[in-house]
Design a protein around this ligand. Structure first.
Ligand code: ADP
Ligand code: MG
Length: 337
């Protein structure tokens, strides 16, 4: 069966800015994919192209196997059955919650349209504010109305552009958890844009790591975190050391220890927590230390190499201490850097 959405090698330029440079991505029904990447890497552009708000310069987008964007093909946005929640929600200020939720429901008798809009508001847990106008709603409530509006026509593909960026702290977590439940119930293929790595890993069944107009890696959060395919991909999900390595007897040997070399390479990507204390390990000196709660961040020096480590605060050594460490292979990947 064809995937709900298949994006192949899509390109888009604005003047001399190549916003998308061969981006490829697959979305499946009932699966939540988080698109993670730094500001300006092309996330919003990719969403606009999928939604059909702009044509592609090259490549192809298929929905359930049917080409909707491609050379000489551009199915208009309103005919795609793809929902889009904009970053600023873009609610109509002169329409109530109910009016906003019913906006995309064309060609229905008024009573049926109202029923479906009310149903969408209920699914987004905002039916109690159906009569309120956007100006009377809090940020979290506006977010729910925007979600209801996108869900009302029952799209098979739903795109959300940084849907929680206007919210913070406890509210953000609450709105996010509620939205996630609503999105799961919809059964749609969902793509959520975020530039927050932890949020992406929390929400996504699947991650798509993006940089400079292309998707670097896709996979489960665990796969992407533990088995990055490049240093750039690794760093999108958190700090990572790039340790120069030489291959000896099937091992990649670094200043902080050795790990199985696998298919080989010249660099070991090691998460800070990959560096662990070991009596029989290599010697390293603690040159800096920062307490950040349950964990303490350390800078270690071994054989003229520096590396960032993270140890449980209760066991973290002081600056100037000489310790012995090894690398946990489960948190390391050998690449050609
Ligand atoms: P993101 O959402 O990841 O922050 P965008 O997709 O908004 O990134 O932008 C990607 C690149 O394309 C940026 O360099 C941005 O300045 C440029 N860009 C996006 N939209 C336009 C536009 N309409 N006109 C000119 N440049 C644009
Ligand atoms: Mg954006």
């Amino acid at each position: 069966m064809s995937p709900a959405l298949d994006v192949r090698d899509v390109r888009r330029a604005y003047g001399r800015v190549q916003a998308l440079n061969g981006a490829s991505l697959t979305l499946e029904a009932g699966r939540i994919t988080c698109l993670l990447g730094p500001s300006g890497c092309g996330k919003s552009t990719l969403l606009r192209l999928i939604a059909g708000l702009e044509p592609v310069d090259g490549g192809e987008i298929r929905k359930a196997g049917v080409v909707v964007s491609g050379p000489g093909v551009h199915l208009p946005a309103e005919k795609r059955g793809i929902g889009l929640v904009f970053q600023d929600y873009a609610l109509f200020p002169h329409l109530s919650g109910l009016g906003n939720a019913g906006f995309g429901l064309h060609g229905l008798p008024p009573a049926e349209r109202k029923r479906q809009a009310a149903d969408a508001l209920a699914r987004a847990h905002i039916d109690q504010r159906a009569e309120a106008y956007p100006g009377q709603l809090s940020g979290g409530e506006r977010q729910r109305v925007a979600l209801a509006r996108a869900l009302a026509p029952a799209p098979s593909v739903l795109l959300l552009d940084e849907p929680f960026s206007g919210l913070d702290g406890v509210l953000r977590a609450q709105v996010r958890d509620a939205a996630l439940e609503t999105l799961r119930e919809s059964g749609a293929a969902v793509l959520i844009v975020t530039h927050d790595a932890e949020e992406a890993m929390r929400m996504g069944d699947q991650l798509a790591l993006m940089q400079a107009g292309a998707i670097l890696q896709t996979g489960t959060p665990e796969d992407c975190y533990l088995r990055p395919t490049s240093l750039d991909a690794a760093r999108l999900l958190g700090p990572a050391n790039a340790l120069p390595a030489r291959i000896e007897n099937g091992m990649a040997v670094t200043a902080f220890g050795a790990v199985p070399a696998g298919t080989g390479g010249d660099t070991v990507i090691a998460r800070p927590e990959a560096i662990v204390l070991a009596d029989d390990g290599v010697e390293a000196e603690v040159t800096a230390r920062r307490f950040v709660g349950s964990q303490t961040e350390l800078t270690l020096l071994a054989d003229n190499q520096r590396a960032a480590a993270r140890l449980p605060s209760l066991t973290a050594p002081q600056v100037g201490t000489r310790i012995r460490v090894r690398l946990d292979p489960a948190l390391c990947t050998v690449v050609t850097g």
